[in-house]
Design a protein around this ligand. Structure first.
Ligand code: FSX
Ligand code: SF4
Ligand code: F3S
Length: 381
């Protein structure tokens, strides 16, 4: 542990207040800071700054709007198995308006929103959950008699930052599925300017929390890609970190749900897994703080590409994914056909056609041997 963290650990009085609020031990708190620092892709030396920010920074006022969605984003934040997660989230932000959680209703709720906006003008963080219908002048979603499009514009005008949480607010998500009868659109489209997006249906609560902690620690939201997604969470394909990737590389695939390959944890590509074209950190940070295997592929279901515009809710579940940056499977043995007819030279030629390097061809030869030895997944009778 570095010196600054050691200092922090000695700072018993200050920590006692935090421990009382969160009902967690110092050990749990430091573990949390380590996890968030790692999720953000920051060096271990940043842990102390993260710990200090969470412990002492003034909690930013957050106004959280709900539009066309299922409230799964909020549920995933609050229903984590481990009770400290939602406590931490509610501790690091001052949630001044949230229709699911606030006790107020009707005019009282709207008055609370306006009061929070006025008191924190230019400083509050606006979180948008759900898509915003733009068709027919936006009449398909109203809150307190106000159209969603008008409310989001009003709230964004004086916000310090806007975060679109979930795929609905990030790119339209499920409500925008063809034929999109309400013209459901993203927060960025509705506002006509880019916003930070945390896609996923639901999104991973740690990604939201890590983005907020970054804001607390450095006074700004994290670096994003061209779609507004924080790079710390969305710069790698699901396929790159998937625990079944070795099976993909070796040509071992589940062909049907419940077949021998599926039961042995083989790759789900041929069941339509969209991991090869979906950017998200699900396999590395998992979901719900509930232990190993708690993500779609870990549970035996193909990734449906829920974070990715044009994939989730757009492509049929069992359609094969586009392979974005891996050697196409043509260079691997085909598991449903008889093997052994392909000579090494022919396989190497295939690999070359596919753009594989010489090392790739050697790997291919190894994979060919392994697959032939290990008898591939067979179709269930
Ligand atoms: Fe639901 Fe959120 Fe999906 Fe959408 O999540 S989990 S439909 S992304 O806006 O509530
Ligand atoms: Fe994992 Fe899906 Fe890639 Fe297979 S295709 S390795 S199951 S992400
Ligand atoms: Fe979504 Fe795929 Fe992750 S379905 S939760 S992006 S594994």
């Amino acid at each position: 542990m570095n010196e600054t963290l050691f200092d922090l650990q000695r700072d018993q009085d200050e920590f006692a207040e935090l421990a009382r609020r969160l009902q967690i031990s110092r050990r749990e708190f430091l573990q949390f800071c380590t996890a968030v620092t790692a999720t953000l892709g920051l060096p271990a030396s940043a842990e102390a700054a993260v710990a200090k920010a969470v412990e002492k920074a003034k909690r930013p006022s957050v106004i959280w709007l709900h539009f066309q969605e299922c409230t799964g984003c909020t549920e995933s934040l609050l229903r984590a198995e481990h009770p400290t997660l939602e406590k931490l989230i509610l501790d690091v932000i001052s949630l001044d308006y949230h229709e699911t959680l606030m006790a107020a209703a009707g005019h009282q709720a709207e008055a609370a929103r306006k009061a929070a906006m006025k008191a924190n003008k230019g400083k509050y963080v606006l979180v948008v959950e759900g898509a915003i219908p733009l068709k027919d002048n936006g009449i398909y979603c109203k809150i307190g008699g106000q159209k969603a499009i008008d409310m989001v514009k009003e709230c964004a005008a004086d916000a310090a930052a806007v975060i679109a949480i979930g795929s609905c607010a990030s790119w339209g998500g499920m409500p925008s599925t063809d034929p999109n009868p309400t013209g459901a659109a993203s927060a960025a489209e509705a506002l006509g300017k880019p916003v930070v997006t945390i896609p996923g249906c639901p999104p991973n609560p740690y990604n939201f929390l890590a983005a907020v902690v970054h804001f607390l620690t450095f006074g700004k939201l994290p670096a994003v890609d061209q779609l507004g997604r924080p790079k710390f969470a969305y710069s790698r394909l699901v396929h790159e970190n998937c625990e079944r990737r070795a099976h993909f590389d070796a040509g071992r695939f589940a062909m049907e749900f419940g077949d021998p390959g599926h039961r042995q944890g083989y790759c789900l590509y041929k069941l339509g897994c969209k991991g090869p074209e979906t950017y998200a950190n699900c396999p590395t940070i998992l979901f719900g703080d509930a232990g190993p295997g708690t993500w779609p592929v870990g549970c035996g279901h193909p990734c449906i590409g829920c974070t990715e515009k044009g994939v989730g809710f757009a492509k049929p579940i069992h359609q094969l994914a586009v392979l974005k940056n891996v050697v196409p499977p043509l260079s691997y043995p085909r598991v449903v056909e008889e093997q052994g007819g392909t000579s090494f030279a022919a396989a190497a030629a295939l690999a070359a056609i596919a753009g594989a390097a010489a090392g790739g061809a050697a790997m291919l030869a190894r994979n060919l041997g392994r697959s032939a030895e290990e008898k591939p997944a067979e179709k269930s009778e």
